[in-house]
Design a protein. Sequence first.
Lengths: 145, 145
Amino acid sequence: MQTLAILTQVLKKNKVRITTIRKALLMILLTRTKPMSVYDFQKRLQHEGIDAHKVTLYRDIELLCTLGIMREVSFTDGFRRYELEEDHHHHAVCTACKEVFEINDQALEKAVFSLERRTKKRYHFASLSHNLEFLGVCTRCFKHS
Amino acid sequence: MQTLAILTQVLKKNKVRITTIRKALLMILLTRTKPMSVYDFQKRLQHEGIDAHKVTLYRDIELLCTLGIMREVSFTDGFRRYELEEDHHHHAVCTACKEVFEINDQALEKAVFSLERRTKKRYHFASLSHNLEFLGVCTRCFKHS
DNA sequence: TTGCAATATGCAACTGAGTTGCATATAATA
DNA sequence: TATTATATGCAACTCAGTTGCATATTGCAA
């Protein structure tokens, strides 16, 4: 379990300044579990009275990724999203409302990692990671259609 | 197994004109198995002496998708790619050379579909499809690095 | 085979996510 | 609190994909 103190420590160790925006980004990461796009972060910050330029967000997010604090979660809808490095989840995206549902299923996680190992061996890939997303229509959107 | 005759029949039935570009697109789909981006199609057509504008390709590809002839295969690198509807495969993408390797593994396909059914039930999604891609470094790129 | 109408194509100009160079503002250190 | 290196913002860019409209081509009927 990460805390703000642990994360700011990482910044300090790397001689990276702890600015208002960066601290706010870390707080958001700690309180949100769903992957967030740059625009999600921007809106959330605005809500807290912080106006951050998108360029800054892109740069800070890239920084936090290289420091191993957050990771990019790839989706196929054209928006890059990010989450705390410690969460590795798969997601189900509702194609109607674009909501991202986090899938919490140990058996699924295990199965996917075993598929990854299998594929790495069969196709002689030096390193391998994966993206798995489910696309569908959530209950709520289904009822309203 | 699809043939050019079957596919042009589909166009005719839908009162859609069979133009040089469309016929060439179908031929390419029939002889290629890997998913192709719009720019892949454009290069391939140029090679056969056909200069097609990207706008035309986007529109024709969309048309062929709605006719059920091709399908979009989503990747997370920002390029949409397309393949014949009958192929449903998963892919391994080399992050170095961007080559797409088709994965032909019956056991993997079965496993993934079972994960899909499982997830649909657990999360009450009305309909569900999935994207699974593996990302890594292929043998050739690994040797050259 | 030709002429006509409907459809396909190309062009130019646009959208929107993400990027880059540079000037200004701010955090950390002495 | 002054200094200086780093962070932020701005403007202008890139590039995949989209849209409106003018022109070219296809399929059909005569």
